[in-house]
Write a protein that binds this ligand. Structure first.
Ligand code: PEP
Ligand code: MG
Length: 312
């Protein structure tokens, strides 16, 4: 059974036959980072840097940013950490960065799009992240939110490398990027799937609106089919593809995602142990069979039932 009884996990994300899937933490503050490290996360798959500045009136200086990021990275010295550049938008505003009111905030100038008009803000953040990486000793990679095309991914990767940061990636949370997963991966070192936004945009269902919440179910076969495209592209290119949306925190769905070719799962601290334990109970072949069965279902209820009935 999944996540029942005391979770057995040795702290290294692997299936029972030794296929490696890193189990990572989602963090936004030093307290989150400590909680993730204490929970046994092998690193950080998503550091939401905008959470440091939700109350900031002005753009923090490079020195201030460097200190704030280093405090979050500190518990992960010697471990991999993916720092996401500012994901500001009309729904998650930063006073110094967000555009004026937009009719459709989720479809507006948010995430990386903000940086196209003001690249100097991105460059200052990258300088601070590079400094924080040195200060903390964490193995830092950087990724951008809300990337729609391979050209945007290439533009971002060039700026990351110019800042002296070795590894550049992007989030895949827009269906166009999922459909271009191969081209996007060719432009960067890794991708990470934001299933919260990818579901929102796939189902045209506002993730903040309770009335349409049922559509934004990570077990929806249509969403999983998009993730399969990304897993296939990761296998073809030999580059990592993680999941950092809420989907990664479901121990049973974690097996399905592993079967789809995902190489890491990043989640809030409380889920780390149960997900690690769930993967340790099954082989990669079982995960792949499970993924195939779930992809063939008609809706999220049938997908869940199919996975539960598969047992293990
Ligand atoms: C996501 O969209 O799934 C994601 C991880 O990013 P955020 O929740 O911060 O938008
Ligand atoms: Mg997102």
């Amino acid at each position: 059974a999944v996540a029942s009884g005391p979770a057995e996990w040795d702290g290294t994300g692997t299936t029972s036959d030794g296929h490696r899937v890193k189990v990572l933490g989602n963090v936004g503050s030093p307290a989150d980072a400590r909680a993730a490290a204490d929970a046994g996360a092998e690193g950080v798959g998503l550091f939401r840097t905008e959470f440091c500045y939700l109350d900031a009136a002005d753009e923090p200086s490079v020195a201030e940013q460097r200190a704030a990021y280093a405090a979050v990275l500190a518990p992960f010295a010697g471990k991999p950490v993916i720092v996401r550049t500012l994901d500001a938008g009309a729904d998650k505003p930063l006073a110094f960065l967000s555009p004026e009111a937009e009719p459709n905030p989720a479809l507006g100038v948010r995430g990386l799009r903000v940086a196209f008009d003001r690249p100097e803000v991105l460059d200052r953040q990258l300088e601070a992240i590079a400094g924080a990486a040195q200060d903390s000793g964490a193995e830092v990679s950087v990724m951008a939110p809300m990337v729609a095309t391979a050209a945007e991914a290439a533009w971002f990767a060039e700026r990351v490398r110019a800042a002296g940061i070795e590894r550049a990636g992007v989030m895949i949370e827009i269906p166009a990027a999922a459909l271009s997963a191969r081209e996007v991966l060719d432009a960067v070192d890794f991708v990470s799937v934001g299933t919260n936004d990818l579901a929102q945009y796939t189902f045209a269902a506002d993730r903040q609106l309770g009335a349409v919440a049922k559509l934004n179910d990570p077990w929806q076969p249509a969403l999983l089919r998009l993730i399969k495209l990304i897993g296939d592209a990761a296998r073809a290119t030999g580059k990592p593809a993680g999941i950092c949306g809420e989907a990664a925190a479901d121990p049973l769905l974690a097996r399905v995602l592993t079967g789809l070719g995902v190489t890491s799962l990043s989640m809030n601290a409380p889920a780390v142990r149960a997900v690690g334990a769930s993967l340790a109970e099954v082989t990669l072949a079982q995960c792949e069979a499970l993924a195939e069965a779930v992809l063939a279902t008609a809706d999220s209820a049938e997908a869940r039932r199919t996975a539960r009935d598969a047992g293990a």
